[in-house]
Each structure stands twice: as C-alpha cells, then as structure tokens.
Design a protein around this ligand. Structure first.
Ligand SMILES: Nc1ncnc2c1ncn2[C@@H]1O[C@H](COP(=O)(O)OP(=O)(O)OP(=O)(O)O)[C@@H](O)[C@H]1O
Length: 879
C-alpha cells in the first residue's frame, strides 16, 4: 500500500486536567494483518490484479511418439496431463512464438503499470484485448487442425460411423490409430471375459450372504445410508395374529366364540389376503399369518421369531411387539405362565445355546413408558427415568443422577466453580447366563406395570413395557462401564472451566460506564474503561451528548460533531466495564486476574486429559468388540404394548388413552416408513415409545451397533370370546393397519427397490476394470480426463452400458443390440466463440458430454423400442 494512502488514526487528546497517561493509542493489529501488509511491496496489490486477467502461460509440449505433426500446430491436453498445472483447457490453447512474445510484452506492460486506477484499468483492457486476439488466432488454427485430423480419420476408419469426438484436442497421429484400435480390440475381448467372470463370482458370493433378510436387500444396510439420501432398504416387518383358547373361567361361564373368527393357524406360505382372521364384511385379513388355538408358545417362537433371532447372532436386532386388550394373552406369550415359558424365555434359551460360549452372556434391562414418563422396572422399586440424547444423537435412558466429588479438582479459589460430578446411571441391568436368570423379570417387572381401568377391563395394561437382552462379554461390559464413567466426568469438568472463565470478568470489573470511543478501538479493545475514554455525562434523545472533563463538554453534540471538534476519526457511544476496586488497588486486581488464569489453565488441562482418557476408553471398547464374537451388541427386544382405547372417558383417563393412541399411531407410522424403501426418516421423535425403540428398529449411522440389521414382528393377541368382541375387533383393526402399511409398502417397494438396488449396486460396484477400459477408450478418442470424468459421472451406475456404446462407437466393436438409424447424427459445428465466463475447453467438454450422452440415450431408446418390435426401419449396426 502506498504511503500516501496510509491513514493516521487519531486518539482523543488527553483531558485538560492532565490526568491522561501516555498509553499507546495504536490499535494492535492482528498478526495475520501485519504479515499480510508486510509482505506487500509497493505495487504488489496491482500485481495481484494483473494475475486475475493473465492469459495462459506459454504452451507446454506433451510426450508421444506419433504426434509431432499435430503437436507442431496445437498442443492439446490429454488424459494424464491434468495434473501438470496447465490450468483450464482455455489456458492450454497453442500459441505461436509471435503470440508468446506479444503476450509477454503485454504482461510486462501491465505488470509495470502503477498509479491511478484509470491507468490500471486501461492496462487491464489492453491486456484483455491482446488475450482475446490470441485466443481468436488459436481457435482459427484449431479449426484447421480439426479439419485435417477429421479427414485423416475418415480414411482410416469406417466412414459410415459417426466421427469420434476428436474435434478439440488430439495427440495421436492418424497413422497410428488403426494398429492401436486392433491392439485394443484384442485387449478388450480378453477384458470382457475377465469382467464377466468376476461379476459371476461376486454374485455367487453375495447370494451366500445373509440368510434371513431377503436376498435382494441383503447388502442394503452396509451402503444404503440415509445420510447420502439413498433410500434405505425396507426392514423386515411381519404382523401375526394369535388367538388364544378359552380360559377355564370363560369355559365355566359358557362363553361363546366370536362369530366368524378363525381359530386354526393359517398355512405358513399363505398370502396376506388369504389370512382371514375375522369373517366380517369386509373381512379382517392381510396379516402375515394367523396362529390358532392349537399352538403352544414354542410353536409360536419357531414360526415367527426363530428366523429374526438369527440376526442377533450377527450383531443385529430382533424385535417382538405384542399388542391386544387385557386378557388377550400378551403376558402368556411374551413372559409365559407356569410351565408354559414365554417367547422371552425361549428366545433367550435359544440364543444362549447358539452363542455357546462362556465368554458371552446377556444383559437384561426393563422399562415402561406410561404417558409421558419412563420408569425403570428392574429392581425393588420402580424408578422414574429421563430420556436424553447424547453427543452422537443417540437416545439414552438415564436413571436418577448422583453427585460425587470430582477427582483432582479442589474447590476453586473463589469458591465459584463446580467440583462435583453429576452422573446419571443408565437403566439397571441384570446378567443372564442361563434362561432361568430371567425369572426375576416376571416377578418384578410385570407386577410393577401400570394397570388401570379400560373400557372393558379393570386390570388393563396402561403402559408399554420394553424388555431388552443384549449380547455382551465381560471385557465389553467393563470397557463400557469405564467409558460411561469418563463421559459423565467431562461435562462436569467443562462446567467448572466455564464457571472459572465466567468469573474472570467479575474478578476484574464491576459495573460499567458509557463513553465515546474511537470506532476502531471499540472493535479491537474489549478491556475496561481506559483513561483516554471520553466519559459521557448525559445523552439526549436526538443522540447528542455532553462529555466529562473536556473544555466545552457541556454543550450537547453528536458523536460526529465531537469527532470533528476533537479532530478525531469516527467516534461511537460504547458501554465499557469499570475496573473493580480492591483494597490492595491495582496490584491486588492483577493478582486475582493471574490466579483466575492459572485456574483456567489447570482446568483446561484436566478437560484435555479426560478427553484423552475417553478416546483411549473408546479405543479399548472398540478393540474389545472387534476382537470378540460378531454377536456382540446383538439384541432382542420385547415390547408389550398398552391397548388402544376409543372411548370418551374424562380427564386423566382420557389423557392416558390419548397418550397411548398417539404413541401407537407413531409406531405405526414408523413401521410404515421402515417397511418401504425411502429416504425419509421414520418419525421416531414424535413419541417417547418410538424414541426408545429407534435404535432397535432402525439404528442410524451414529449407532454404536456394529450390525444395523433389524427385523420386527408384531403379534396381535386376541381372545376368542364373543364377550370381548369390541376389544378384539379394535385390536384386530389396529393390527390390520400395521399389516397394511407393512405388506402394501413392502409389495410396492420391492419392485421399486429392485430397480433402485440394481442401479445402486451398479453405482456401488462399478467394476474398476470397466472404468479403466472406458478411460482407455476415451483416451484413444482424444477426450481429456475432465471430459471423461464428466461422461462417467453422467453415466454413473450404467458403466456397463456406456462401455458397450463406447466400444461400438470408438473401437468399432460390433454390438448385436446397438443399432442406429441410417443417417448418423450430424456432428455439431464448432464455434470458436470465447466468452469470458466460460473457457472454451469447458464449453466444449459440456457439448461433448451432452452429445455423447444424448447419443447413448437416443440409442437406448431405440433398443427399447426394438424390444417392442417397433424398430422395423432400423437397418444398420453402428459399426
Ligand atoms: N395361548 C394360550 N393358551 C392358554 N391360555 C392362555 C393363552 N393365552 C392366554 N391364556 C390365558 O389367558 C389369560 C389372560 O392372558 P394374559 O394374562 O397373558 O393376558 P394379557 O393380554 O397379558 O393381559 P394384561 O394386558 O392384563 O396383561 C391367562 O389366564 C392366560 O393363562
């Protein structure tokens, strides 16, 4: 920056009473600023401006055996050259020696130009003119090259074939093309065979994977992430109805069967429409299956839960929901009575048997959601819990919090920072090493559930109970506990640090005063009141003020008027803190400030140390998991849902029903979303029940689960008794809604998903060999890497098709299906137009991509039409 330009910032003059200190009035500039200014020599700013409009550097030659004749006229860019620092294609246009010297002199002229903006502007214009002239020359020459090369190629290659897009840049001499094509044809045939073989092998491998999930979705969880807006694969959701037998009480009362109710199990392979549960008009049907009165719990387990449970062995989740009115048989099915063990027991027994390891066991937790509250059911008393979301966005259920003294942190010197760690324990858990260990759940949890009067019963379950069993090992358990302990300490330490930081201000300042201060200083100094500040005595409504300690200060003036009178830069009204008064004066204040700073440093160190420990604990946990069984982290979830109500009861009871209905509807919407391929997130956040279930139903990418597979089964438990008709029909209708969203969406999405998956699998699995071959073809056809990349991006997921087209078009490899009309598309006439906004190369690349893509798409259309037998006039293969 020139010296004349440097403006001096003036400070307020010392007050007339002479109390002003000679404190430096200079604004401390930031380090970066000083460096920047220091590095700018006079005229460097102008030099920077010149760079913007600088034409391309002199041409650089590219290697190649047969290209001398072409290269002497043009110096195009080829695949592999883009890293050579040549810049955009525009900058690579060939220039003659005269052009170069003209360019160099214009460069010099401009670089030397300094002084008034008008001169600079003029220099820039003349430079621009010269560059434009150069480009116009180059474009003319380029057109000549194109014509030459096109003619040469036409004689060498099939004349009926559309000309390769060699119009802008070419390296290969026309003579070299024929042998090259032959060599590459041979190479290509070999590659084709290899590619086919590899694809077959891959397919075989994929088919072996994932025995439970439908094969077409088996790979989905690994690369279908919602984050990338790619629809997630539908999750397996099945909905069954179980009809229980009459109880002895019902038999004694002579209860009648509900008319039209099917009591026998449906065939395993029955279609949902065939699974009629109740013959009403219209019939209640559409379920995955009906489990009749003939089935024991073991039958039920084997039919509906054995398969989903196999996911747990791979670290995934299997969820069982039971729904129905009181007396429908939920507890009988899930927990079991007497000798008839429930699915909870049978699943755990089966899982432990399958795990077959002393090192692995299950960790059980149990909680219930009642209205808007969550309770831990496992233990002597029911404990109210909180739902919170951790740093990873995962929902954590935490019990009552406890505070304890933080290690290594003493009471702060001012007594003003936290020294207690507040930790909230997670849900209480029990180890399950053998199925009998589950007994405590039936004895404690079930009895503690909230019950109440529903429309039909006085012992209706009014809460949703959630029981979980997770596969763990001692190492994983220890590492998890340690990590949780450390994670609980970090917020407490951070709080302590924040408190000390906040106290730093109070140690130094007390109250504030309104002053008139230079705008520059206002922004750069946040210190308290400075002796040089102009203290405002009064401020009027029309922004005029009187000042203290200034001659004539009692005359109200605006900030601008004061600035003018005092010959200062812009002034502004600012509130500044007042330094705190200590008995020991400034010295004591400085000591306090120093102590506070030391405290901050100490706590910051502790936070950093704790964070390092957390990282280490995470690594330990991760190591414990990865070195252990792949079943680690797998879980079983059993959810006994509260029955929905359709009554108009009053007050609390109605609110209770509303809460239940709301959460059930949200659950249904989540099922709907899960069972279809969508990039929409299921509405988990809309109810506490679904928030808790989210990580089991649809673990997202932040989930700690190693395997994010999950399968859910909804079981509607009903009584056969006609006396419970209303409750039974309501439960069935509710279940039918779940079944409908699951089946219908599944059916719909299977086709869509098939298409998407086949495309996505291509996107994902684009064979490197195919890509490499495509690159070679485009390289031979003189496409730059940039152009090639654009074409590949445009045809992402359809590389195989592109390969066929490209082979046909550029290598003359005949393709049975690919046909073109008699007249090949006319090559677009190139215009050597150069606009400032878009470089020539860019425009051409776009055109070429469009052209290529357009042709391929047109031909695809033809092929499709041919498949329909409508392409009678098509006569000639492309080659
Ligand atoms: N499949 C079955 N076979 C024989 N008895 C059954 C069956 N299902 C349920 N029962 C009996 O029906 C009665 C009610 O069952 P259960 O207690 O499981 O109902 P529930 O839906 O859990 O009710 P609540 O919602 O009140 O807990 C019990 O006496 C139980 O033994």
């Amino acid at each position: 920056m020139s010296d004349q330009k440097t403006k001096k910032k003036k400070r307020a003059p010392p007050p007339p009473n002479g109390t002003a200190k000679s404190t430096s009035t200079k604004t401390p500039a930031k380090k970066g600023e000083i460096d920047k200014k220091a590095s700018l020599s006079p005229g460097s700013e102008e030099a920077e401006l010149v760079v913007v409009d600088t034409p391309p550097p002199p041409p650089t030659t590219n290697g190649g055996e047969d290209e001398e004749s072409v290269r002497s006229i043009a110096s195009p860019v080829f695949p592999g050259d883009e890293d050579s620092g040549l810049g955009s294609p525009k900058s690579r246009v060939s220039l003659s020696a005269a052009d170069i010297s003209a360019w160099a002199s214009s460069q010099k002229t401009v670089a030397e130009t300094k002084g008034s903006p008008l001169v600079k502007q003029k220099a820039k214009h003349s430079q621009k003119d010269s560059v434009n002239r150069l480009y116009a020359n180059s474009a003319k020459k380029e057109a000549e090259i194109m014509a030459l090369v096109s003619r040469q190629l036409a004689t060498d290659m099939d004349k009926t074939r559309p000309k390769p897009a060699i119009n802008r840049s070419t390296r290969a001499d026309s003579k070299s093309i024929k042998p090259l094509v032959q060599r590459q044809k041979a190479m290509l045939e070999k590659k084709e065979a290899d590619i086919k073989k590899q694809q077959e092998l891959k397919k075989e491998q994929e088919d072996k994977e994932c025995s439970f999930a439908p094969k077409r979705f088996s790979k989905a969880p690994t690369y279908l992430k919602r984050k990338t807006n790619i629809p997630a694969a539908p999750k397996k959701v099945s909905v069954y109805v179980r009809v229980r037998p009459f109880t002895s009480e019902e038999k004694d009362k002579g209860s009648m069967n509900l008319e039209g109710l099917h009591l026998m199990s449906s065939a395993r392979d029955a279609k949902p429409a065939e699974v009629v549960v109740l013959n009403t008009a219209p019939p209640i049907s559409g379920f995955t299956g009906l489990i009749g009165q003939d089935c024991t719990n073991r039958h039920v387990f084997e039919r509906i839960f054995m398969d989903p449970q196999s996911i747990v062995l791979r670290g995934g989740t299997a969820n069982l929901f039971s729904y129905g009115y009181t007396g429908g048989g939920k507890t009988h099915t899930v927990i079991g009575y007497g000798k008839e063990r429930g699915l909870f027991f049978l699943a755990a027994e089966n899982l432990l048997k399958e795990l077959n390891s002393d090192k692995l066991f299950l960790r059980a937790t149990a909680c219930e959601v009642y209205g808007d509250d969550v309770y831990d059911l496992l233990g002597k008393e029911k404990i109210k819990c909180q739902l919170r979301t951790n740093a990873d966005g995962q929902v954590i259920i935490s019990g009552p919090s406890e505070s304890e003294q933080m290690n290594g942190v003493a009471e702060g010197s001012n007594g003003d920072h936290a020294t207690l760690v507040t930790k909230a324990a997670g849900l209480r858990s029990k180890e399950v090493r053998k199925p009998e260990d589950l007994k405590f759940i039936s004895s404690t949890c079930v009895s503690k559930r909230a019950t109440g009067t529903s429309t039909t019963h006085d012992q209706s379950s009014r809460s949703h109970a959630i029981l979980r069993l997770e596969v763990v090992s001692k190492e994983v358990q220890t590492a998890t506990d340690e990590l949780e302990q450390l994670l609980a300490e970090i917020p407490a330490l951070q709080n302590a640090l924040d408190n000390v930081k906040a106290a730093a201000h109070d140690v130094q300042f007390e109250g504030s005063v309104r002053v008139l201060r230079s705008v520059t200083l206002r922004e750069s100094i946040i210190e308290g009141k400075d002796d040089a500040d102009l203290v405002i005595k009064s401020l009027t409504d029309d922004s005029k003020m009187t000042l203290e300690g200034i001659e004539g200060g009692d005359e109200p003036k605006t900030a601008a008027e004061w600035a003018k009178q005092l010959e200062m830069d812009e002034l502004a009204v600012t509130d500044v803190p007042l330094p705190k008064e200590y008995a020991g004066g400034k010295e004591e204040r400085e000591t306090k400030k120093k102590e506070n700073l030391e405290e901050q440093v100490k706590l910051k160190k502790l936070v950093d140390e704790k964070q390092a420990q957390v990282d280490k604990a995470k690594a330990t946990l991760s190591e414990a998991i990865s070195s252990g069984s792949k079943a680690l982290g797998g879980s079983l979830l059993f959810c006994d849902l509260a029955g929905a109500d359709y009554d108009n009861r009053d007050d609390a009871a109605q609110k209770e029903s509303a809460d239940i209905n709301k959460s059930l509807l949200t659950l249904k919407e989540c099922f709907r979303s899960l069972s279809q391929a969508t990039d929409q997130k299921p509405p988990f956040r809309e109810s506490k029940l679904t928030r808790i279930l989210q990580d089991s139903l649809d673990p997202d990418e932040n989930s700690a689960r190693r395997n994010k597979e999950s399968a859910s089964v909804m079981l509607v438990n009903i009584s056969p008794s006609s006396s419970l008709k209303i409750g039974t029909i309501n439960a069935l209708r509710y279940g039918q809604m779940f079944a409908a969203v699951s089946q219908q969406n599944r059916r719909q999405s299977v086709q869509g998903m098939d298409r998407r998956m086949s495309r996505l699998s291509m996107v994902k699995k684009a064979d490197p060999e195919v890509i490499r071959t495509l690159r070679e073809i485009y390289k031979t056809a003189c496409f730059s890497i940039k152009e090639t990349n654009e074409i590949l991006a445009k045809f992402e997921g359809r590389e195989d098709l592109l390969l066929e087209k490209a082979k046909a078009k550029y290598w003359g490899v005949k393709k049975n299906l690919v046909k073109v009309t008699k007249s090949p598309p006319k090559a677009k006439k190139k215009k050597p137009v150069l606009d400032e906004g878009k470089g020539e190369g860019e425009g051409e690349a776009e055109k070429k991509v469009e052209e290529d893509g357009g042709q391929v798409e047109k031909r695809e259309e033809k092929v499709e039409r041919e498949g329909e037998g409508k392409l009678g006039e098509t006569t000639k293969t492309e080659a």
